[in-house]
Design a protein around this ligand. Structure first.
Ligand code: FRU
Length: 426
């Protein structure tokens, strides 16, 4: 990743086409195949994007022994492809990081937007703060796709012996909107996808930041991507905002930290982990959001740098960290990485499986019961990832939805289990 690769776009780092052209499945980057879980912990809802309730220092919070996760959910009777139109944030709690009980919808009705998309959650003192994306407008009749970043403050977590409850009163406030210069507005968008979403809280050297997924404005007639208007539509970025006061409702936009103009349109759910002085920055992206001429996968991608603002280099040369096996290319998506002792753990959701030769665009043409049958809609097995400088390696997987705390022993790795083609071969 070179600073020269993105002249004029404000970010210190670009994800260049040359780097992304190196993306390929290798034994180090292919995840094991996923089978449906024996029991679905929440059969009444589809579950997808999930994040941990964390302390300000980034660690997984525990409240009277409970750990809490928040997920985007929709009723399981809905067609999986329609779930984004009815997304609601729900919490789940567990004593052991394995069995999760449904705490219910996090908000009591006052959430902004016509539906709520991904975010992050902070246990600040004993206040629960949820950062989320308000998609569309609260009372709209026809769905719209504008996105605003919101902070909901005032939440309380009540942790009883048997279960956890979450209560308000909540106060919801729009905290970030695109400025049209560093971050594209929906009116400026020329691409198939528009993004200004997925706020992720991060504290670094006493300062508070939000990372988010965005697009870089590329005006008509720009000479970006050799002047190719089609490639210019692929203008994803990783945005940054800083709180000048530390107040979770007070934020100022800064320049993006990674720009992927000409490479990829959606750098989803950015988040960062600091390890031995290096900043590991992760995103999820889809096969179909790479610009023409690039062959990416639905996968977890990552970058490493010496400071939050970069410059960043793509991990493993291309940015690819973990993808689905070739014979199940859509089995998981929307990874969230957190540190566990020497390793990294990545949770995600069980997406479409058993598609045979079908592509993702064919799913909507299947009979409705088949669309539902082939959608996991629950937490995927947690990936174990080894990391060494700029290199990473998928080491194996834990059970569906198993989210250990630091220090909790993980099963011993079975060496030599992986074949040359990666786990996907079996
Ligand atoms: C990733 C994602 C997020 C978004 C959510 C909407 O799976 O596209 O970026 O917040 O899904 O459902």
């Amino acid at each position: 990743m070179s600073e020269e690769s993105v002249p004029g776009f404000g970010a210190r780092s670009g994800w260049s086409r040359e780097q992304a052209a190196r993306i390929e499945r290798t034994p180090e980057t292919v995840a094991p195949i996923i089978y449906p879980p024996e029991t679905d912990p929440a059969p009444h809802v589809h579950i997808w994007d999930t994040w941990l309730l964390r302390e300000p220092d980034g660690s997984f919070a525990t409240i009277d022994g409970w750990r809490v996760i928040l997920s985007l959910t929709a009723p399981s009777g809905m067609l999986p492809g329609k779930r984004h139109d009815a997304a609601e944030i729900r919490a789940f709690a567990s004593h052991d990081g394995r069995d999760w009980h449904d705490v219910g919808p996090v908000f009591d009705g006052g959430a902004l937007g016509s539906r709520q998309w991904a975010g992050s959650a902070l246990y600040d003192g004993d206040e629960l703060v949820v950062f989320y994306t308000a998609a569309g407008d609260a009372d709209e009749h026809d769905l719209s796709y504008g996105q605003q970043i919101v902070a909901a403050t005032g939440g309380r977590v009540e942790a009883g012996p048997e279960r956890v409850t979450i209560e308000g009163p909540w106060s919801h406030e729009v905290i970030l909107e695109p400025d049209g210069e560093r971050y594209e507005t929906s009116a400026q968008s020329r691409g198939m996808i528009y993004t200004f979403r997925d706020p992720w809280f991060f504290e670094d050297e006493g300062e508070r930041y939000l990372l988010f997924e965005a697009n870089t404005p590329v005006p008509d007639g720009s000479d970006a991507c050799g002047g190719d208007p089609i490639q210019q539509e692929f203008n994803g970025s990783i945005g940054l905002a800083r709180s000048p006061t530390g107040d979770p409702t007070d934020w100022l936009l800064e320049d993006p930290i990674v720009d992927a103009v000409c490479t990829n349109q959606e750098l989803e759910r950015p988040h960062v982990i600091v390890r031995e002085g290096s900043y590991y920055l992760f995103i999820s992206s889809h096969r179909h959001t790479f610009a023409p001429g690039l062959d990416g996968f639905d996968a977890l991608y990552g970058f490493v740098g010496d400071s939050l603002r970069g410059p960043y280099r793509p991990l493993n040369g291309s940015g690819l960290v973990a993808t689905n096996p070739e014979n199940a290319p859509y089995q998981a998506y929307s990874w969230l990485v957190y540190p566990h002792d020497e390793e990294l753990l990545a949770t995600s959701f069980f997406n479409y499986y058993d598609l045979g030769p079908l592509g993702i665009d064919d799913v909507g043409r299947l009979p409705e019961d088949e669309q539902k049958r082939r959608f996991g809609g629950t937490l995927a097995p947690t990936l174990r990832i080894g990391v060494d400088g700029d290199r990473t390696e998928v080491l194996g997987a834990l059970d569906h939805g198993h989210l250990p705390l630091p220090g909790e022993a993980l099963p011993e790795l079975v060496l030599g289990e992986r074949s040359k083609e990666g786990y996907g071969a079996f």
